[in-house]
Design a protein around this ligand. Structure first.
Ligand SMILES: [Zn+2]
Length: 389
């Protein structure tokens, strides 16, 4: 629909180019010039008459003298081209505008803002960065410039600069962006980890928690750091915090949490902690582990009953799979072959259900992304088998 409207607008844009050219030519004549009309004037007119508005625009853009009266036309044309995906043309128009010494300060800033957006669309991030860094001091374009600078630094993974920009955005609009700033600090921590600079990793994680005490990712990274250093007690504290902050992601750490409790001889505490979490939000792995441990002192039949009870309360594919596996283990089952077939189906369904989905845009990925590759939201992907079960 938008595309259709733009197509409708094209002849209008061409006509306005023609009108601007005509005015420019008339002014030229009024000033006493005896020059003949520029050849492009008729060429452009010809394109309009032959219903070739695209070519007409090209011609008029090249010939029209830019003055204070035609600037708006140029800006509108450039904008139109960018929206139609013809970024090269948009860039040419806006560069042409900026090169004119006759532009006043406001017009130049407007043209720069447009050119910056052209560069963004073309993926020329370095050039866009230069422009928006210039515009950031202009009160009228500050918010826009900061927004694009944030996008640029985020995709270039220049997290220090991105943090500064987000702080400026917060000052400007008073909107809290601490959750995203914490994600940036986590990114810095991961970069430092790759460089084996552990004290820097710790500092960045501290900063992340400083701006957002609820940052689950920072808890997860801290836990990993402590675990790798052999500090089981500290690791457990971080992992526990992670699970309570983001129970839907409990499967990421649950086996390690259990390993910590085993080493510390506190498995009972593990079960008590799990019992306090909202069961509907726990991952399938966590749920099965919990059921298994609850019945660890009893026999298999008790465990099977516990799984069956849990399955009735909140059926999930993963739990159905566990229950079928248990049934097959039992020697009393006569429908063994049929159950095997059913199990194969369920296993395929569970496999299909593995992965993570962005709760914001629906993007599906095989691994956990803290930044959604599609909609660029932070901390919005969750395991599919938790969301759908
Ligand atoms: Zn998304």
């Amino acid at each position: 629909m938008v595309e259709y409207l733009l197509w409708l607008l094209l002849p209008v844009a061409a006509a306005s180019g023609w009108w601007a050219a005509r005015r420019s030519y008339k002014k030229h004549q009024a000033a006493g010039s005896t020059d003949r009309p520029q050849p492009g004037y008729f060429k452009g007119l010809n394109y309009i008459l032959n219903e070739q508005p695209d070519k007409a625009i090209e011609v008029f853009v090249e010939m029209v003298q830019v003055d204070s009266e035609t600037v708006e036309t140029h800006l509108a044309l450039g904008n139109l081209f960018r929206k139609r995906g013809e970024v090269d043309r948009a860039i040419r128009i806006h560069q042409n505008l900026i090169a004119r010494p006759t532009l006043n300060v406001d017009q130049r800033a407007h043209a720069l803002a447009e050119l910056g957006q052209d560069y963004m669309s073309a993926g020329l991030l370095d050039r866009a960065e230069n422009i928006f860094s210039e515009l950031v001091d202009n009160p009228q374009y500050r918010a826009l410039a900061l927004r694009f600078l944030k996008d640029i630094y985020q995709s270039e993974q220049e997290w220090d600069k991105a943090i500064k920009v987000l702080r400026s955005m917060t000052e400007l609009s008073r909107k809290d962006r601490n959750q995203i700033i914490a994600q940036y600090y986590c990114e810095l921590a991961e970069q430092a980890h790759e460089n084996n600079d552990l004290s820097l990793v710790k500092r960045h994680l501290k900063q992340a928690i400083g701006v957002d005490p609820q940052c689950a990712r920072a808890s997860l990274l801290q836990g990993k750091l402590e675990w790798d250093s052999g500090n089981v007690k500290n690791a457990l504290r971080c992992y526990d915090r992670f699970v309570s902050q983001s129970p839907q992601l409990s499967d990421e750490v649950i086996e390690r949490v259990y390993a910590c409790h085993q080493q510390l001889g506190t498995v009972n505490k593990f079960l008590a902690n799990l019992g306090r979490l909202p069961e509907t939000k726990l991952g399938p792995l966590t749920r099965r582990l919990e059921l298994r441990l609850h019945t660890s002192t009893s026999d298999e039949e008790d465990y099977r009953d516990a799984v069956w009870t849990s399955l009735q309360e909140r059926p999930t594919l993963s739990l159905t799979e566990s229950w079928l596996e248990l049934l097959l283990d039992g020697k009393t089952v006569e429908l063994h072959e049929e159950l095997q077939k059913l199990l194969a189906v369920i296993q395929r369904l569970t496999e299909q259900n593995k992965g993570y989905r962005c709760q914001h845009c629906g993007y599906v990925a095989k691994s956990l992304h803290w930044l959604c590759p599609s909609c660029k939201h932070w901390d919005s992907t969750r395991p599919i088998n938790v969301l759908d079960s």
